[in-house]
Write a protein that binds this ligand. Structure first.
Ligand code: HEC
Length: 191
């Protein structure tokens, strides 16, 4: 929904309307359950009964993998936001932004590319976000190899909520499941 209304973050807004909340837009590595707990402790908001994924997998990770195009573009942008990178860390963002270079929506690919360029090692990464599928795949493979071979920080620690193992590789079973759950309904954002 397009709206300029500013409201206090609630977890219900995210579970009922799929609207990403401000907390998880900065705390990209945290679950919805984490946010619900803080909002309960600080503002006495009711505790929601959340599904298992929302207790174990970061909300941002779920939005970028299985969200609709509006949620995915917001995440592709948010992963490049300096305030979010400072609190959520940068090391684990590469695979998500590189994966999003092959998103079916050009707007998502564009924002993923812009955000990727904010990360060390990728400021000059060239990419044509309106290219054909095989060219997009080739660019994503090139980016992933570049990250694995030359940019990845060998001392990085990946939180389990990010779905990355200790080498920065996806836990394939869960990653593949979330990918196939992607909401592919057509989205038209007028601004
Ligand atoms: C603009 C980005 C931003 C937003 C939005 C934001 N935070 Fe934070 N949060 C931060 C930063 C940066 C810190 C670290 C502050 C410090 O260390 O001084 C932090 C620290 C915290 C901490 C303590 C450290 C930790 O990780 O346990 C909690 C808890 C927290 N935020 C919860 C929330 C909740 C709940 C919301 C939504 C109501 C929220 N934050 C919204 C950026 C943000």
């Amino acid at each position: 929904m397009r709206s300029h209304q500013v409201s206090s973050p609630t977890v219900r807004e995210s579970t009922a309307y799929g609207r990403p909340n401000a907390c998880n837009l900065c705390h990209l590595d945290q679950t919805l359950a984490w946010t619900a707990e803080k909002l309960h402790a600080w503002y006495n908001q009711p505790m929601a009964d959340l599904p298992r994924d929302d207790q174990t997998i970061s909300a941002a990770v779920q939005w970028i993998l299985k969200g609709d195009a509006g949620q995915r573009v917001l995440m592709a942008w948010g992963f490049g936001w300096e305030s979010a990178q400072e609190i959520a860390g940068r090391d684990w963002l590469y695979p998500y932004l590189i994966y999003s270079l092959t998103d079916p929506y050009a707007a998502v690919r564009f924002d993923a590319w812009k955000s990727l360029q904010t990360l060390p090692g990728f400021p000059n990464f060239s990419f044509n976000y309106t290219a054909t599928d095989p060219v997009l795949s080739e660019a994503a493979t090139r980016a992933y190899e570049k990250w694995l071979q030359g940019v990845r920080n060998p001392n990085a620690v990946y939180r389990p909520e990010t779905l990355l193992d200790s080498n920065g590789r996806w836990r394939q079973d869960i990653f593949q499941r979330l990918r196939t759950e992607r909401d592919d309904k057509r989205i038209l954002l007028a601004e």
